[in-house]
Design a protein around this ligand. Sequence first.
Ligand code: ZN
Length: 311
Amino acid sequence: MTRKTSWIWKGILDGLENFNQGTLWRLGSGKEIRFWHDIWVGDIPLKVRFSSIFLLARVKQGAVCLFRRGRDGARHWDVKVKRALSEVETEELQELLEVLRQGAVLTDCDDVVVWKSAKAAGFTVKKGYEWLRRGRPIQAITGTKSREIWGCKAPLKVKFFLWILYQRRTLTRSRLVRWNSGLEEACALCGEEAETADHLFTSCQLVRWVWDHMKEASGLDVQFRDLEGMWRAGKQMRMVGDRSVKAKMSQLLVPATVWAIWLSRNQVIFGGQRPYAENIWELAKNLIIDWGNYCVGARGISFQTDKLVIP
Ligand SMILES: [Zn+2]
């Protein structure tokens, strides 16, 4: 069974992959990212990809935002060079500008480093996470929106996924507006609606069934219609604030359910399984029990007649 991966998920998967390969920036305002030297559009620095233009560039240092000219509505990318360009160089400059037009969307958010690499052996997700905590855009990753993601007791891989999902969403929206295209594939679970992130994780009928059960089981308000609502719910659980096992377990409900949905969706697409809400629910429960045992250190977490029991 082959299936084109929609660009939204491709973006997320690329992000995860890059986590194991090098430094990757998520473009926000473009104030922190070095235009030529950092990896922020495509997989290699622009100075490598467009080396002859870099050699001729008047500005070789400087942040991304400095290469942006004009006022709202008439903004464009401007790369000044030292002399008249040959035909080949002109083509290269055109290609660079095209790459920027296609791939670079400035927003009001902070630039964020997704990960610092280690080509060196022994790089692990854990080390990348530690680097993130120490790294320079520390404010960006500890901002209110991401604290509930990084602060919970889910495995790092899951937190990273949630974080990319959160980061991607902003970018996704602006791309949707710009391209306004029907590139989304039908939802792998219901097969009826377009598989946007909002749909897949919150409003798909199968997924809503799972969230309803999660609400029943936990007594916590995990019903929402879009990702914004989901992040808000996650944040509220975070604000419970106490360090009891119950608080830590509450904070796992959203990550575990999202991860169960994501794994199930992938099993449908890549493993050819049929989608059942019951299977997603079973998986979510198992994840909560496992994470409770191994990440929170709470023994005896269980679901009894579908009620979450925390001893
Ligand atoms: Zn669906």
